[in-house]
Design a protein around this ligand. Structure first.
Ligand code: ATP
Length: 479
């Protein structure tokens, strides 16, 4: 197996070569930090999305889903704090003209110190940075960069500008005539679409607290330093759920959702030792508790999902700005209150990258006689883009007809792939490379006794079973 950097590069190349993820508008040399999902990537993404949607809405009787618009009234973003506070401190190197996120620059130095086993200095620097970031002390951050002699990786100089805040929201104009047009934003998160619909859903759905509203949708952030493939994009998808609760029950529900969400990560095939909670040390002023679920990507442990106990901050702010009462009458205790909220917020694209990183294997299959290897994506079967490949051994002798018949039986039930071309070994390898859990080969014996060979992706074991058993075997594995 290649080292971690090599492994990450290999995953990116594999994604492109096998139709999972392409750079956006590649014929025009791509667009930075924007990606398109190809024929297999879009299936994988959809399967992850469906799994999340089902686990949230179908399996929780008190959670419903919505699909709010990307454009929202501009006041939404004033109420949510994004207009004033959704920014990152940045610094430019005057020689290379390269712009950096200040925290990334300092974190790179912390990594260096840790690698050099200078743990004390590393944690001291981390503390200093956290303190300055929390205080919004931009001059202090610049001083810290200078004190640490941090240089630009491109120019090699420390000729820095002052530190400035950059808002991450994209804005555009609503309306066709410039004078009439008003500035609106592309939403930087899906959560606000849930908060502004709290009353609509609660009333029309006759929802009783505790209840949740879930949503999957696009979000946009003008990330200044976009890197690491689909880990940090400018256009991405989020899967968010706001769980509305009675004040005073937030500790209990926060613990419930931490456990439920971690369990969901394990269902994606993530091993326990590669997932961890990271508690936020510094909380937003309104927050009661917050943590991230991190995954050990080829570039280290990084956030995939956030779980936040947000008190009644968001609904209170919308009540204040909209002058509409965001209250709920709890008839069990005969009281009106603005509900508290536990939020779970996961990036769909980051989850795709997590699943791909976990699934990607390079295997050496060499024998003393002959060198051999394969790349295999060991997806949990329910997430695999294609569930079953149907492969007649030859193009003649009636084998394609039998294979086609199996295809017709299976394709309404799950995603199948039919192929007659090339030697069977080659076809198996192609299916391994896109993570198809089962391949069925129809051969001459099938004509005699209606049995086929089913090949299991991970073990490469083959067994002879009745052709009629195939749909059942696949359905059992993908449920
Ligand atoms: P980060 O610290 O990595 O910038 P964040 O804490 O700002 O992330 P949240 O605002 O909590 O992220 O968003 C919830 C989730 O949305 C994140 O856990 C992540 O999975 C996803 N996400 C956020 N920003 C991006 C991005 N630019 N590209 C892809 N996914 C993202």
């Amino acid at each position: 197996m290649a080292n971690d950097t090599g492994r990450f590069q290999a995953i990116i190349s594999h994604c492109k070569e096998y139709g999972f993820i392409f750079p956006s508008s590649e014929i025009y040399d791509g667009l930075s930090a924007v990606y398109d999902y190809g024929q297999y990537g879009s299936e994988l993404k959809k399967n992850i999305k469906d799994h999340w949607w089902k686990s949230m809405t179908q399996l929780h009787e008190n959670i419903v889903g919505i699909d709010a618009a990307i454009f929202m009234h501009p006041t939404t973003w004033k109420a949510s704090g994004h207009v004033d506070g959704f920014s990152d401190p940045m610094i430019d190197n005057k020689d290379s003209k390269k712009r950096y996120r200040v925290d990334h620059l300092i974190e790179a130095r912390i990594d260096e110190l840790e690698k050099a086993n200078k743990m004390g200095e590393a944690s001291e620097l981390q503390e200093k940075m956290d303190r300055l970031l929390a205080a919004g002390d931009l001059a202090g951050l610049k001083q810290l960069i200078e004190d640490e002699d941090i240089i630009c990786g491109i120019s090699g100089t420390s000729n820095w500008t002052d530190v400035r805040e950059f808002n991450l929201m994209f804005s555009t104009q609503l309306g066709s005539v410039t004078e009439e047009a008003s500035e609106i934003y592309l939403r930087p998160e899906t959560a606000q679409g849930i908060f502004v619909n709290f009353l609509n859903v609660q009333k029309t759905g006759r929802m009783k607290i505790p209840f949740g509203i879930a949503q999957i949708g696009k979000a946009f952030r003008n990330e200044i330093v976009a890197r690491q493939f689909i880990f940090r994009m400018r256009e991405f998808e989020q899967m968010e759920m706001q769980f509305f609760i009675r004040p005073g029950t937030e500790k209990q529900w926060y613990e419930y959702w931490k456990e439920a969400r971690m369990k969901w990560h394990f269902e994606l095939g993530i091993p326990k030792e590669k997932s961890r909670f990271h508690d936020h040390v510094k909380l937003a002023f309104y927050a009661d508790a917050a943590c991230d679920i991190e995954y050990d990507f080829p570039f280290g442990f990084k956030e995939v999902e956030g779980i936040h106990s947000r008190t009644n901050h968001d609904l209170s702010r919308h009540q204040e700005f909209s002058k509409k009462k965001m209250q709920y009458f709890d008839n069990e205790i005969n009281q009106n209150y603005i509900p508290y909220v536990i939020e779970t917020s996961i990036g769909l694209d980051r989850t795709v990258l997590m699943v791909l990183s976990e699934a990607y294997w390079e295997e050496d299959l060499s024998t003393p006689e002959k060198p051999d290897s394969r790349v295999v994506l060991k997806f949990p079967p329910r997430l695999a883009p294609i569930k079953l490949a149907i492969l007649p051994l030859t193009k003649k002798d009636g084998l394609p007809e039998i294979a086609r018949e199996l295809m017709e039986t299976c394709k309404p039930q799950f995603r199948c792939f039919y192929e007659e071309k090339d030697a069977i070994g080659k076809r198996y390898r192609r299916m391994d490379a896109i993570g198809t859990p089962f391949c069925v080969t129809i051969d001459h014996q099938t004509r005699e006794d209606q049995t086929v060979t089913i090949r299991h992706r991970d073990s490469m074991q083959q067994e002879r079973v009745a052709i009629s058993a195939i749909p059942g075997i696949v359905n059992k594995a993908i449920f």
